[in-house]
Design a binder for this molecule. Sequence first.
Ligand code: C2O
Ligand code: CU
Ligand code: CU
Length: 567
Amino acid sequence: MKKQSSLLVLFLSLITLSTSAQTYNALRIPDTLSGTTFNLAMKDTFAQILPGNQTITGGINANFWGPTLFINKGDTVHMNVQNNLNDSTTLHWHGMHLPAVMDGGPHQVIPPGTLWQPYWKVTNDAATYWYHPHLHETTEEQITKGLGGLIIVRDSVESALPLPRTYSVDDIPLVLTDRDITTANQFSVVPYGDSMMVNGTLRPQYTIPAQVVRFRILNGAIERSYNLGFSDSRTFYVITSDGGLLSTPVALTRYLLHAGERIEILVNCSGQSGTNVFLKAYNSTLSQQTPGGDLFPNGPFANYLARIDFNILRLNISNQTSNPITAIPTALRTVTTIPAANANLTRFLTISDTNIVGIPGASFLLNHKLFNINYNNYAVPLNNTEIWQITNSGNFGHPFHIHDVEFNIISSNGAAPAAAQAGWKDVVFVPANTTVKFIAKFDDYADSLHPFMFHCHISLHEDEGMMGQFIVTGNNPTGVSEITNEESRFSLYPNPASEKLFVKLKEEYEGIYYLRLTNSIGRTILMLPRPQIENGIDISHLTPGIYFVQVTDEKTLKTTTQKFIKQ
Ligand code: C2O
Ligand code: CU
Ligand code: CU
C-alpha cells in the first residue's frame, strides 16, 4: 500500500485517534519454552492482525513469530528445527557463541520437509538474544512474514541480582518492527512499514504493575532504528547491551536502537498506579543518514513513520504484585573488556555506497564487494584476538553485525563508547563517514568448511549483498567435503530398521562431522551436524522405504554413503 491507500489509513487513524481512546489492542506475549531440548516447527500460516482478511504470515509453533526460549548458561541445548515452510530456510541463533556448522547462517540451508538438529553448550552470559531465518536473498522476506523468536539466557550472576524476572508480569519482551500492510491486509516486503508493531500487535497496550519493570527490547525491524523514550521523558535504566549485563544501570531518557540490537531497561513505576505512559520512538530528530530518518517522497522507501515521533506501546500502570522490586540496583556485575593491547591483528573493513542516495537498485558494499557465498573474506586463526576497524565512507549509517563472537567497542569516530554500549555487543552502528573499531576473541570453534558471517543487519542490505564471511582455522583439515566412491567408513544396523538406526564407525574414523539422511529421490529429510550417535538416530517418523545416509568424516571431511531400509 503506498500513497493513496496509506493516506486513507492515516486519515482514518487520525479520526479514530481524535474520537476514541479505545483503539488499542492487547499486546501479544510470545509463549515460552524452557529446558534443554526445543522443538521448533517453522510454517506458513495466517494471523488475524487486522479485522477482516487474515494476513499470510510465518510462524514458529505459532501463527506469527515464535516462542521465547529460556536457556541456562552451562547447559547443552538441542534444537529440533522442522522446516514446514514451502521454501528452504535457515535458523540463526543471533548472538550465540557456537560451532559454525550449528550457526544457522546462509550455509546451513534447511530444505522444506527437513528436520535440522543443531546443539551446543551455552557459554553466553545472561541477556536477550534472538533467532531468525538467514537464507541469502530471502532473509528480508522471511523475517517480514514473522519468522523469529527471542532467546533469554539465564546465568548465576544475573539470577543473584534483585532484578524483575517474572516473564510477562514485570519482565516483558518487546519485539519492535514496522510493516507495510496492503488494503487486503497483507504484508509487503519493503524496508520500511507505515504501521508500528510490537510482538506482532498493532497499536498495542499492556498493563504493568506499579514497581520496577524490566523490558527486553529487540529491534526486529527490517531497516528502521528507533530512538526510544517515554512520553513523560522519564528516566529509564539500561542494564544490558546485546551480549550481557553492563557494570551499572545507565540512566537515560533516550536510546537509539538499531536493527538487530537488544537492550534490557528498567523503568520505575512505583506509586504510579492508575496512570499511563507511552513508550515512543522519537525519530523526528534522526538525520537523513540514519535508518528511519531518511525521507523519500515516494517509491518503496516512502513511509509514514519516517522522521516523525510515534507511539510504540501504551503502558497502563496498575497495582503492585506481591514481592515487587521497587529500587533500581546500583551495581550489576564486573565487566572485564578485552584490552586493546591484547590484539594480535587489526582488520580494516570498508563500507561504501554505489549510489549517493539509496534509490531502489542501489547497493551498499562491504570491502568494495558484493557477497559471494563461495568467497571467503578472512581466515581467522583460532584464539586470535582481533581489532576490526570499519570505515564507512558512504552517506548512510549501517548496523554492522558479526557472528560467533561478542565484542567490545573500542571507539566510534575516535570517541570511547557511551556507557550503555561499553559492555558486550554483537551489533554496532557505523554512522556515515565514520570509523568504528571493536575487539573480539575468536575462541573455541574452528571449522574449515562452515564460515561465520558478518553483515549489515538491515535485511534489505544483507540480501542485496552487504555481507561477508570468515572461517576460523584450527588444526582441522582444510578443503571441501567431497562425496567419494571409496569404501564407506561406516556401517548401519539394524538394516532394515524401524525405530532406531545405529551407525558403527570403522576404527580409524574419529567422528562424524555431518550426517545427512536422504530419501530414495534424493530429498534431504534429516540433517545432523556433528551428531552424537551413541543413542542411535530416531527414524520412527519416517515412512517405510529406501533411504541413504551420507556421513562426512570429521578427520578427512570425505563423505561416503550407505543405504538402509526403513520398515
Ligand atoms: Cu541476526 Cu547474521 O544475523
Ligand atoms: Cu547473527
Ligand atoms: Cu546497511
